[in-house]
Design a protein around this ligand. Sequence first.
Ligand SMILES: [Fe+2]
Ligand SMILES: [Fe+2]
Length: 168
Amino acid sequence: MAILNWVPELETGIAEIDTQHKRILDYINRLYELRQTHDRAGLGEVISEMVDYTMSHFAFEESMIESAGYMFAGPHKRVHELFTRKVAEMQSRFDAGEDVATELHGMLSRWLFNHIRNEDHGYIDTVQTYLRMTAGHRDSEKKQLKDEVLRELESRSQKKGWFSRLFG
Ligand SMILES: [Fe+2]
Ligand SMILES: [Fe+2]
């Protein structure tokens, strides 16, 4: 794997999310550029900045999909947690003096690409519908609108037919 480029299939159409994903991609690319330098301090800095940023992205995303009422918000959060644990393990190997940059880079690029393309893309419909239906409403009203959003999604899926097959 080399430098990663932003490709259209990574796009979620949700502005903050796309901005955050792009920034994570930049970190992965910085890690790629630094992986063969002997600048351990610089590398350590990029790694911990990237980990911090990714954690805050996860927190943002989790609270967004939860407030939108996404039905897989719980499992999505657990996938983030598993990944966080893997990254933390690698970070402590790095701290112990191991040369993990190439391995870490490979893992991050594969995992994040797949995660964005598959799992993150699963919430797009719910979040976009929620954002559209709650735009201009107060926070106190948004909670009430959540049921309407879910009903809207449900009726749309029933039209598609798979919802009833899966949950009926
Ligand atoms: Fe995610
Ligand atoms: Fe994400």
